[in-house]
Ligand binder design. Structure first.
Ligand SMILES: O=C(O)CCC(=O)C(=O)O
Ligand SMILES: [Fe+2]
Length: 167
């Protein structure tokens, strides 16, 4: 990703060093009226990158592209790598965090494990200086604590949280 941004890889890997890793185990029970509910409402993850394992190979995760929802098919043993909001901010919008949701199944339960990778707790969250030159900063710079406060005070509604970080 750093190479794609024409950056020295250390600039990006530094953001992950001594970072915070958190983990969420998701259990989605089957629902007879699966078409009327969502397992997880639409959101983007507020981290750098997320690794997701679709544990029992039951399809459910969907990503939004050009206004449409697409299923992500489970691949045995494979992780899904999702770009999070902090990576979008860091890249000054060159990478976009992925909006996703989870639908449920009428017959089968579904299990997933998501691991969230964020910078360390006292890191500043903002666009990399190297990517601001020319176009200017598209996102604010705040400390990680204020960033999390903003996140937890926002509704889980698509990428609306990120709008609060935009100039
Ligand atoms: O269950 C999934 O596949 C995704 C879960 C998810 O988006 C999350 O835990 O943030
Ligand atoms: Fe997520």
């Amino acid at each position: 990703m750093a190479k794609n941004l024409e950056l020295n890889p250390d600039v990006v890997t530094d953001k992950f060093k001594v970072g915070i890793q958190s983990i969420r185990f998701n259990y989605y029970p089957p629902c007879p009226q699966a078409d009327k509910v969502l397992g997880f409402s639409q959101h983007s993850d507020a981290d750098l990158i997320t690794l997701v394992l679709q544990v029992n190979q039951v399809q459910g995760l969907q990503i939004k592209r050009s206004g449409e929802w697409f299923p992500v098919m489970p691949l045995p043993g494979a992780f899904i790598v999702n770009v999070g909001d902090i990576f979008e901010i860091l890249s000054n919008g060159r990478y976009k965090s992925i909006e996703h949701r989870v639908v449920v199944n009428t017959e089968r339960e579904r299990l997933s494990i998501a691991t969230f990778h964020s910078p360390q707790s006292h890191a500043m969250i903002g666009p990399l200086q190297e990517l601001v030159r020319g176009s200017g900063a598209r996102y604010k710079t705040v400390n990680h604590e204020d960033f999390m406060k903003l996140f937890f005070s926002s509704k889980l509604d698509g990428k609306s949280f990120l709008d609060r970080m935009r100039y």
